[in-house]
Design a protein around this ligand. Sequence first.
Ligand code: GRF
Length: 186
Amino acid sequence: MRLVVLVSGSGSNLQAVLDAVSAGTLEVQIAAVGADRPGTGGVARSADAGIETFVVNFKDYATRSDWDEALLAAVAAYQPDYVLSSGFMRIVAAGFIEAFPGRYLNTHPALLPSFPGAHGVRDALAYGVKVTGCTVHIADAGVDTGPILAQTAVAVRGDDTEESLHERIKVAERELLIRVLGELTA
Ligand code: GRF
């Protein structure tokens, strides 16, 4: 399975995928890792691992659709079987979804359809839920919408902060992501 991974942040979930691939426990070929801005940890980690990287910097494009086209062209050039949004903090255009039908995956740090959006952990904590978790799903052009592939529940503790809860969710998120990718390659 050829995979292109999109990141906006530190890429700690991506690191777990890189580790599983190098340990031989996950048989995917990471064709490239791309970001929507320069200087992400995700791109740095990938370059360190000898993986091709690219940046389609949102700020370099005059219009949103110019960026959409550039992102699609950059990803399509690697002819991926799947594209994974791993902490990629932008919604892609409908044309991107159409180019990779059922093959654009996203991980989200909440039990969708609860708490979609950029602050899923903060919103769950603020609501006062006692259980939250993570979701891996096939993404469509909405905000964290599309068919759910797998979820893991994580209990909220009384003394949790957004950071402590997110760290525990990420541990579960990494395991879930690697399990789902493994199932897709089987
Ligand atoms: C993950 O929890 C992801 O679901 C969310 O941001 C986090 C990504 O962290 N959107 P990292 O970049 O993998 O460290």
